[in-house]
Design a protein around this ligand. Structure first.
Ligand code: GCV
Length: 795
């Protein structure tokens, strides 16, 4: 049954994930609500996407044209702290839609008393009561109109309905939501092929309603193509989070198993189930063997017990040297019989406590982590050690992010060189987990050349949700466009296609097992993700893990509607600024294919001049290679030949100056400062100046757009987002001025006319190193400027 939720941290927050609602209020009439702008063409699902279908007949409009959204009364627009995420369920503020929902949803009729069905019931009771302003309760049977009937294809109320024929093909996690007649009454059926499928259906229905969609012709369905959709937490046992910008680890490892009963974990599970995530790796890939002791396994069990009703399996990272560190063995050699026995026993011990344990995520022989190469064995030898012991029960996600201890001529080539020769050598329950690009979660990089190159080895895609290189908690960068760019990237193995999405969903190369991972941005902050807008990146990861065809814009639309408002006066500007945000950030940080020019270690502010670290590839100068003649890393056949790792068609396109896209120019080519770009007619230097400056002004326009929603969203969240946008604007200007100061100095090119001058000297930017960031866990700098950072392109 529904329980009032508590805020993320400790229940102290004013609103909660489970219970908060931003009660709609009357007031002066707002904007006309016919679907406009960013939202107009969107539909509630994903027509033609193959994995999720829209409401039949919902047409192109997301709102009822005959209704308008009232301007919320400032006195009654309650402050929110973000702890409710996108599960707020506020009263529908438009009378016609409210009446429609009040008539359509009066009771929830359950089919079975199982943990997942109970979770679905509880969510529907909570959500429907909030949205309709009426108490919706669970009933044992259909007694009148307005029932929502839950169940699987074998439930008594559902098994004889014609819709079962459409449900069955949707697979074990699929769901279907339709009107039907049960017990002589018109009801809404939420059906799944499993209990978790029913839960997914419940969340899909609530999403539809939170988006104020009509319910007259209800026909929602969905099923994922990718089987394992995981968050990867880089959480350490001491409560810190590597690359975490949202406080401490939510597991509170030291207080487990007792603390598992806190509302935080249940709310975490609800949020993940609502977007289809079905696995979570609890521990950092830079692993600690202590996570595998008996005491730790008891903690994992406690967490897994909370996650299980929501269809989420717990996974762990495995430190390769654990047999030596906690097992008392003298070796961790994967071919040693004693080592095999140790891992087999350890894995049995885990399954005795956690019967649905998902498996292991392993980083080996990378950045100092131990691995099979320590014993002259291969990655396949290492992965198969775990695969044997997990067989029939779990999977191994073996990471391809390998980064050796010696300086390579071109760091990005290592993963392909080590893994491609091992294709076909991994056991059936091993996936090689590959980052989206060959470098390291940059604002933009090309897709990883391993995608398509290992037809006999299932590859999992690893995306980063926490924005290590994209302004962390502070800068607004909606990652939907980045994820979409990767998923749609064309490997051109077959002329056209397959895309990365079709590689990882298993369809292109017949993988037996499939997976996608997102490095979580979640922590103990009340708003979960360090900033309100970063919640959207958790949300979009889940939605795209479920459906690779869904568009970033549609997901932004869904998220804004559920998180802030359905009012087009909010929806249109906020979706627009989200959609421009990633490209704006690329422009002011790493335009034209620049990469890894952030300050060392913290990866926050600009540091293109850094050249004094002991290993070549730790220094930004290694990546941009700017000199008096030009800029960029030559990865063509005449350079490092990284292009040779792609299919012939992709390699040729990236390797030729005439066909490489401007967006990746300096990633693959070293070009002269005064060489002209065919696309703009500007020289490379002028183009850099233009893009850096344009990025700053884009943030200015994002701020202006956000300013228009004042009074239409609660004041607390409005101000929090507004403050961060101001910081971002200043820091975008800092990025622009610092990078142009440095590249101008190297190239000896003057700033062209039509641009604002650089505010400080190169020496002053370099000197900021000692002040900024002041705290690496919250890497915000004291304001770098006063006044307005824009216009950077002067009128
Ligand atoms: C978990 C980058 C990050 C590291 C991270 C590593 C990885 O190097 O900076 O913090 O370590 O990637 O993905 O393993």
């Amino acid at each position: 049954m529904a329980s009032a939720g508590a805020a993320n941290n400790d229940g102290a927050g004013a609103s909660s994930l489970a219970g908060a609602s931003n009660v709609g209020s009357s007031g002066s009439a707002g904007a006309p609500s016919a679907g406009t702008g960013a939202g107009a063409a969107a539909t509630a699902g994903n027509p033609g996407g193959g994995t999720e279908n829209a409401t039949a007949g919902s047409g192109g409009s997301l709102t009822n044209p005959s209704e308008t959204y009232p301007l919320p009364d400032a006195a009654t627009l309650k402050d929110e702290d973000g702890s409710s995420l996108w599960l707020r369920y506020p009263l529908v503020p438009i009378p016609g839609r409210l009446a429609e929902y009040q008539a359509a949803f009066t009771t929830v009729v359950s089919a079975a008393d199982t943990p997942s069905i109970n979770a679905a019931e509880a969510e529907l009771v909570l959500g429907l009561s909030g949205l309709t302003g009426k108490t919706v309760q669970v009933a044992p049977a259909v007694t009148g109109a307005g029932a929502v009937v839950l169940g699987t294809a074998t439930s008594a109320a559902i098994k004889d309905l014609p819709l079962v024929a459409r449900l069955t093909p949707l697979g074990p996690e699929g769901y279907l939501i339709e009107h039907a007649e049960v017990g002589g009454q018109a009801v809404t059926v939420v059906a799944g092929n499993s209990d978790v499928g029913v839960l997914y259906g419940a969340f899909a229905l609530l999403r539809h309603l939170q988006m104020h969609q009509p319910v007259g012709e209800l026909a929602l369905s969905g099923s994922p193509k990718i089987k394992n959709r995981l968050l990867n937490h880089w959480d350490n046992l001491d409560g810190s989070v590597e690359r975490g910008y949202a406080g401490k680890s939510i597991w509170s490892w030291a207080s487990l198993p007792g603390s598992a009963s806190s509302a935080v974990l249940k709310n975490y599970a609800r949020a993940n189930a609502s977007i289809g995530i079905n696995g979570t790796v609890l521990t950092n890939v830079n692993a600690n063997a202590q996570a595998l002791t008996a005491a730790s396994i008891a903690k994992v069990k406690a967490v897994a017990d909370v996650l299980r009703p929501y269809g989420i399996k717990a996974y762990l990272t495995a430190r390769f040297s654990a047999p030596r560190e906690i097992g008392g063995l003298s070796t961790a050699d994967p071919l040693d019989a004693g080592v095999k026995q140790w891992w087999a026993a350890k894995i049995d011990e885990i399954y005795a406590q956690v019967p649905d344990f998902g498996g292991f995520l392993i980083k080996a022989n990378s950045e100092g982590q131990p691995g099979p190469q320590d014993y002259n064995r291969t990655h396949a030898d290492g992965a198969n050690l775990f695969a044997d012991a997990l067989k029939g029960r779990g999977i191994v996600l073996w990471r391809a992010f390998v980064y050796s201890d010696t300086s390579p001529p071109d760091r990005i080539k290592q993963a392909y060189e080590e893994f491609k020769p091992l294709d076909g050598k991994f056991n059936a329950n091993v996936l090689v987990q590959v980052k989206n690009g060959p470098l390291d979660f940059q604002p933009r990089e090309p897709f990883h050349p391993l995608f398509g190159a290992m037809p006999k080895t299932p590859l999992a895609l690893e995306l980063q949700i926490t924005k290590e290189y994209l302004g962390e908690d502070t800068h607004l960068a909606y990652l939907g466009p980045l994820y979409e760019e990767v998923l749609k990237a064309d490997t051109k193995l077959n002329g056209t296609g397959p895309t990365v999405a079709h590689i990882i969903d298993g369809s292109a190369q017949s993988y037996a097992v499939t997976a996608i991972s997102g490095v979580a941005n979640i922590g103990s902050d009340t708003n979960w993700t360090g900033s309100h807008m970063n919640q959207a990146n958790w949300y979009v990861f889940g939605r795209m893990a479920w459906s690779q065809d869904i568009s970033a814009e549609l997901v932004a639309n869904e998220w804004v509607r559920q998180t802030f408002s359905n009012d087009p006066m909010v929806l249109t500007p906020v979706v627009k600024l989200m959609m421009q945000s990633r490209e704006a950030l690329v422009s002011y940080m790493t335009p034209l294919g620049l990469a890894h020019i952030m300050g060392s270690d913290h990866h926050y502010g600009p540091g293109p001049w850094i050249n004094d670290l002991s290993r070549a590839e730790w220094n930004p100068v290694y990546y941009h290679k700017a000199d008096a003649q030009g800029i960029g890393f030559n990865r063509t056949a005449q350079g490092s030949n990284a292009v040779g790792q792609y299919s012939t068609a992709v390699g040729q396109a990236l390797g030729a100056r005439a066909s490489v896209p401007d967006e990746l120019l300096l990633f693959f080519h070293h070009v002269g400062w005064t060489e002209k770009l065919a696309s703009s007619g500007r020289t490379v230097w002028e183009e850099l100046v233009y893009r850096y400056s344009h990025g700053v002004d884009e943030v200015g326009s994002m701020r202006e757009a956000w300013a228009t929603v004042k009074g239409r969203v609660d004041a607390k969240r409005f101000k929090a987002v507004d403050d961060f946008l101001q910081t971002q604007h200043y820091e975008a200007r800092w990025w622009r001025d610092a990078c142009l100061a440095y590249f101008g100095d190297v190239s000896k090119q003057p700033l062209p006319a039509g641009y604002a001058p650089l505010a400080k000297t190169l020496a002053e930017y370099k000197a900021l190193k000692s002040q900024c960031p002041t705290d690496v866990t919250k890497p915000r700098c004291t304001p770098v400027y006063s006044g307005s950072p824009s216009p950077a392109i002067t009128p």
